[in-house]
Design a protein around this ligand. Sequence first.
Ligand code: ATP
Ligand code: MG
Length: 261
Amino acid sequence: MLDPRHPRYHSLLLREKIVEGYKRGIVVLEGLIAHGRGECFDYLIGECTTDFALEAIRAAAAAFLTASYPVISVNGNTAALVSKEIVELAKETDSLVEVNLFHRTLERSRLIADVLKKEGLEKVLGLEDAVAVIPEIHSERRRVSPEGILKADLVFVPLEDGDRTEALRRLGKKVITIDLNPLSRTARAADITIVDNIVRAMPRLIEEIKKIKSLGEGYKEYAREILSKYNNQEILSRALRHISRRLENIASGIDEKIGCV
Ligand code: ATP
Ligand code: MG
């Protein structure tokens, strides 16, 4: 049992979820390493949702609400950490959900689909239906559903690998990601990069979607306006400056959170 008074309680709780996911056959060993890389950047960021992350979250909400065929791509770590929120996001935005794994086996895809179904999702793509192939990707991640990612105009790929993000962009898809590392190829190739922990970003994303929808009739117009002002390059620069400023502060003995919203 974890002690909630432990200074790194929240971080340890996530580790436990990932390890549990591994034991259930949802997460692979490589996923544990990817999580550790994310943790390191979260430490540097200050383990909070920042102003630049929130701006990207708003743009992502706007992109979902103006897309004509949005698809959410789910891997093992995402399923282990935020399956409930993935299902809520899909329902709120009428998106399809597709399981897509770097280390793909039908068995693991089925386990992940079951987790999502348990959270109330009726239809999960990416199982036996993953018969189409995205060119230029060499891993098993190239297999996609003709009814899902292949057809999508918008693909949401949290915790994604760089090769695949770049390939999806080349296919002309709009790509949204969540990635704590602002230096990763995924972060740099995506149209919208949310530099935040997926467990903090997902509830915020759902909240922003609901806010925009609550505007009623003219909400799509408003969403388009948000998108027209958004600049991902600038968001990534702000993320790097934020980390650099925090390190400067800490080196001078000021260890306080900055830019949290
Ligand atoms: P790339 O292939 O894009 O250059 P990479 O090879 O460093 O990146 P991958 O293992 O392909 O990384 O993908 C995992 C990414 O997800 C990492 O960049 C990591 O920082 C990020 N990540 C891991 N856990 C989380 C999390 N909980 N929230 C947000 N991002 C995370
Ligand atoms: Mg990679």
